[in-house]
Design a protein around this ligand. Structure first.
Ligand code: THU
Length: 133
């Protein structure tokens, strides 16, 4: 992937991270999802007083995109507020997988340092729409 585009996605994820509603965990997360047509949808985590209703940043971005008619995704950048890379949780990996296994997952630190893996590497031997046939 083009370095400029990667940086752009990370910066957009950081912008979205600022909107995180995380009064319970104090752990803001941001995501930026790149569609094959070039459109980008961002998301943040949105927590709830009923804790289990919390939604992650990645899923916010996916649901925003899908509700706009997008289903072809090229990459997603994820930023956490810690020294760790923004690895997506298992639930988000599965939700992303619904739309393919080939997307690049850009896992970034707050510093901008990042690593990239394919979704298929993060969720091998996965269950998807094809398995229902
Ligand atoms: N969180 C995300 O937004 N994405 C992930 O992949 C991991 C966890 C959020 C959920 C919760 O609001 C906070 O981080 C702490 O778990």
């Amino acid at each position: 992937m083009d370095e400029t585009l990667i940086k752009k996605l990370i910066n957009l994820a950081k912008d979205a991270q600022k909107n995180a509603h995380c009064p319970y965990s104090s752990f803001p997360v941001g995501a930026a999802l790149l569609c094959e047509n070039g459109n980008i949808y961002t998301g943040c985590n949105v927590e709830n007083a009923s804790y289990g209703l919390t939604i992650c940043a990645e899923r916010t971005a996916v649901f925003k995109a899908v509700s706009k008619g997008e289903k072809k995704f090229k990459a997603i950048a994820i930023v956490l507020f810690s020294d760790n890379f923004g690895v997506p949780c298992g639930a988000c990996r599965q939700v992303l997988r619904e739309f393919g296994t080939d997307m690049d997952v850009i896992m970034a630190k707050q510093t901008g340092e990042y690593k990239i893996m394919k979704l298929s590497e993060l969720l091998p031997e996965s269950f998807g729409p094809e398995n229902l046939k």
